[in-house]
Design a protein around this ligand. Structure first.
Ligand SMILES: [Zn+2]
Length: 342
């Protein structure tokens, strides 16, 4: 518990378990005292080695967080496999936009995506379904490299890895926004909200880390946090059939959330994993609730000024349901089943 609290204050919690996990992966040694800089001198020592006594109590937490980030940048990138090394070794590539449905991100074959009279896309998996987002982008299947990397970011608070994955997702989003004719400065990014308790326990707000990585590929985009979340049991601990009920009404627009800027055309909710889609559905519902309020941009006095239309809501996730069945031409994909579970 105290490790979690300290981690929340200071940044990521690199427990011995997480370090050993990377060590087992192969080629990278465990971090010992020497690796932590305790036995190093001169230019090798990280610059953060200053006296704690000089710091005031009020900014101690922010100083510790900054120091930890610097430590992570200086040392962990050298002693653990960087994202680019992992992707090269695994011959991993993002899921190409042309190979997936623009609306639900399910892998599709040629001529399977249709466009209706209003310009809305659909594929055999999402046709006729009511989805709370207008478009969906995902990096790939929740399997293998992506599954391991997402778990490391979330449960070992590895920020630099999270930002690297976020940049991949941001690159894919940049392509998609270009196709839609939306410049990045007209985009607002919404990290999937987490609860204070979960953030303290994990030592990181991992979706915020991912979102910051996304923004690196979308210069001019803003990060906003207009929705809050009540604590509920983790979706990982709840059967798929109960996940929708578990997150129902768990998110809502913050009463005092500032309205989106008048030039915003697309609001993108960013999350790490989408399995049943229940959490993303709830977040998009809360975003639409925010947009429907007088301050949120429709019919109000603030954000509505100069706004041509209510912004579109997109979903962006690192990993989605494995859809190998569809790729193999079987009758029905896991993805289709799970999306209908919303
Ligand atoms: Zn679709």
């Amino acid at each position: 518990m105290w490790g979690g609290v300290l981690g929340w204050c200071a940044g990521p919690r690199h427990s011995s378990a997480s370090v050993n996990k990377r060590g087992k992966a192969g080629k990278f040694k465990d971090l010992g005292a020497c690796d932590l800089g305790l036995g190093r001198t001169g230019s090798e020592r990280p610059r953060y080695a200053t006296s704690v006594a000089d710091r005031s109590a009020t900014n101690l937490a922010s100083r510790l967080a900054a120091q930890w980030i610097e430590f992570e940048r200086a040392w962990l990138g050298l002693t653990t496999p960087p994202w680019l090394v992992r992707t090269r070794e695994a011959a991993w590539r993002p899921q190409p936009l042309a190979d997936s449905c623009p609306r639900c991100a399910t892998p599709v074959g040629a001529f399977e995506v249709e466009v209706d009279a209003k310009g809305r896309f659909s594929c055999p998996e999402c046709r006729g379904l009511r989805l709370p987002w207008d478009a969906c982008v995902r990096l790939g299947d929740y399997d293998g490299l992506l599954r391991d990397a997402v778990a490391e970011v979330k449960f070992t608070a590895w920020r630099s890895l999270g930002r690297a994955i976020g940049r991949e997702l941001g690159q894919l989003l940049a392509e998609r926004l270009t196709q839609a004719g939306v410049p990045p400065e007209r985009v607002a990014l919404v990290p999937m909200p987490t609860t204070l308790w979960r953030r303290m326990f994990r030592g990181v707000d991992h979706t915020l880390v991912l979102t910051r990585g996304v923004r690196e590929r979308l210069p001019g985009a803003s990060i906003v946090r207009p929705i809050s979340r009540r604590h509920r049991p983790s979706q990982l601990d709840v059967p798929q059939s109960q996940r929708r009920a578990n997150v129902a009404k768990s998110m809502a627009a913050r009463p005092r959330a500032a309205e989106p800027a008048a030039n915003i055309e697309v609001i993108i909710v960013v999350d790490d994993v989408m399995t049943t889609g229940a959490t993303m559905r709830e977040a998009c519902r809360a975003v639409r609730q925010w947009l429907a309020t007088p301050s949120g941009g429709r019919g109000g006095e603030g954000g509505s000024i100069g706004r041509k239309a209510t912004p579109k809501v997109w979903a962006a996730v690192v990993a989605g349901p494995v859809a190998e069945g569809r790729r193999d031409g079987r009758a029905q994909s896991d993805a289709a089943t799970q999306i209908e579970d919303h």
